[in-house]
Design a protein around this ligand. Structure first.
Ligand code: SF4
Length: 494
């Protein structure tokens, strides 16, 4: 007669191991067992006898098995195949006689178990890559909720990944089978949910789409590989997925445009930078006596030769926006597009900033936007110009222009985007993570607030981390808006 073995949960490896060990010690053969999960309905062999009592009585003792089996079994147990428990018990039984069974790749049981484990590993990877949290505001503050439909029983095994990554947030991942909840201290699992329990969209969806569009490289498009990595069934939960068909359709055209319009070559090779830098430093220490005004600002900036950066750049890029704005945003330096167009924040980082400002309720048209360094510093790489961070001397030298803009605009609040802007503004080394979001009084009378630069968000390789960091960025901008309101700022477009 068969023994009915009832496990407490679908992916309970410890429970399976305990029962399997007891069955083994009682010398119950694999073909004599029928495995099921509590609550699933104890179907199968109608004549099966419940084995729980015998299992409990015989559960002491040690049975050693190869590490490779245990490692694989932990994945196999998460598969949704109904025969997985029996398969694992059969392999375990056979290991008693053949300790090297796991090394026989052609063995049918080993092959099947490997295939199940591989499918589970892939499903877990998809969950870590394609879960998209959306914000829900409750009485206790923000909770981030995601809806995901795994193929296998992987939620318990994968949730610790999200705990490690988003330890400081409250979040829930809802799935049809099991839901995971993290309140900042404890991870708990509840029964499944329905899709309607999760928010379907939030205010930052557009923002996420802008990010995806900006990192999409048409020259690297491989549609088959993309669909293999990002199967269509996950698209419905991913705000950026709606862009994919259009981006794919326009990829060839965009690639051709990139090839036809390469960035201009450097105008003059950089020479003897140290000597020029020393001269420039002296100039800053003794700036020309001509009082600066908006009337001559752009002309003077265009002719600036205080440091070597003007040599390779197309042009100096002045600030833009109302010249009496109450809020000023300071970035690092112009990028490739800004250098060509002569305007700050018009490239991918600028587009991301636009969306973030919109999400934070800060009208870009009422803000003065500028950079700590006014000329584009880059390194030629083939046809591309790769951004290069300005060094301390270049930031110091160019501070004169930023200080002049602050004097002329007289903002109430200055938001520094990134460490370069912050150190130029505060005239000391700054670690953004240590001072982010805290108001800092400036000698000029304005308040400063520090956050990250939007280009940092574009460089984050992990989409999940990038999404969360972008939300933090919007959060910082909302704080800036609130502080600006406290300071009596008005938002008047130019
Ligand atoms: S980077 Fe600044 S200091 Fe250097 S040349 Fe340009 S405007 Fe002048």
């Amino acid at each position: 007669m068969s023994r009915l073995v009832v496990l407490p949960a679908e992916a309970d490896f410890a429970g399976w191991r305990e029962k399997a060990r007891a069955l083994l010690q009682a010398r119950v053969r694999p073909e004599e067992t029928v495995w099921t999960v509590a609550g699933r309905g104890e179907g199968g062999d109608l004549f099966a006898e419940r084995a729980d009592v015998a299992v409990a009585a015989a559960s002491s003792g040690t049975i050693s098995v190869p590490r490779a089996f245990v490692d694989m079994a932990k994945f196999v147990i998460c598969h949704n195949a109904a025969d997985r428990f029996a398969l694992l018990y059969r392999i375990l039984w056979r290991l008693l006689d053949d300790k090297h069974l796991m090394e026989i790749a052609a063995d049918a049981d080993v092959q099947r178990a490997e295939a199940l484990a591989k499918a589970v590993r892939r499903d877990k990877h998809k969950m870590t890559a394609f879960v998209r949290f959306r914000e829900a505001v409750t009485e206790d503050g923000s909770v981030w909720i995601a809806w995901f439909e795994p193929e296998h029983h992987i939620v318990e095994a994968t949730a610790p990944f999200f705990v490690r990554r988003f330890a400081n947030m409250k979040w829930s991942i809802l799935t049809p089978g099991t839901s995971a909840h993290w309140d900042g201290e404890e991870l708990v699992f509840t029964t499944g949910s329905v899709r309607a329990d999760a928010p379907s969209a939030d205010a930052l969806e557009d923002y996420w789409r802008v990010y995806f569009a900006s990192i999409f490289n048409p020259a690297r498009l491989n549609t088959a590989a993309m669909q293999r990595e990002m199967p269509k069934k996950y698209w419905k939960n991913m705000p950026e997925a709606g862009l994919i068909p259009d981006l794919v359709r326009g990829a060839t055209q965009r690639t051709n445009a990139m090839l036809l319009n390469p960035p201009p070559p450097p105008r003059v090779a950089a020479q003897d930078r140290r000597a020029v830098m020393q001269r420039s430093q002296q100039q800053v220490e003794s700036p020309d006596g001509d009082p600066l005004s908006w009337r001559n600002f752009d002309a003077q900036l265009t002719g600036c030769r205080r440091c070597p950066l003007w040599r390779n750049a197309t042009q100096a890029v002045p600030g833009t926006g109302p010249r009496s704005a109450d809020v000023m945003l300071v970035g690092e330096q112009p990028g490739d597009q800004e250098d060509l167009q002569g305007e700050p924040f018009v490239g991918p980082a600028g587009k991301l900033l636009d969306r973030a400002l919109e999400a934070a309720g800060l009208p870009r048209g009422a803000i003065y936007l500028t950079n700590a360094v006014k000329h584009f510093k880059f390194e030629p790489r083939g046809k591309r110009r790769l951004h290069k961070k300005p060094n301390g001397s270049e930031i110091d030298v160019c501070r004169w222009w930023l200080a002049s803009e602050i004097k002329l605009v007289q903002p109430k609040l200055i938001v520094a985007l990134g460490a370069t802007a912050a150190s130029s503004l505060l005239q000391r080394p700054v670690k953004i993570s240590a001072e982010r979001g805290l108001p800092i009084a400036l000698p000029e009378g304005a308040q400063a607030l520090l956050t990250v630069h939007p280009s940092y968000l574009l460089r984050l390789p992990d989409p999940e981390v990038a999404e969360l960091e972008r939300r933090r960025f919007v959060h910082d901008l909302k704080r800036a808006r609130s502080l600006a309101n406290d300071l009596g700022a008005e938002f008047k477009a130019a």
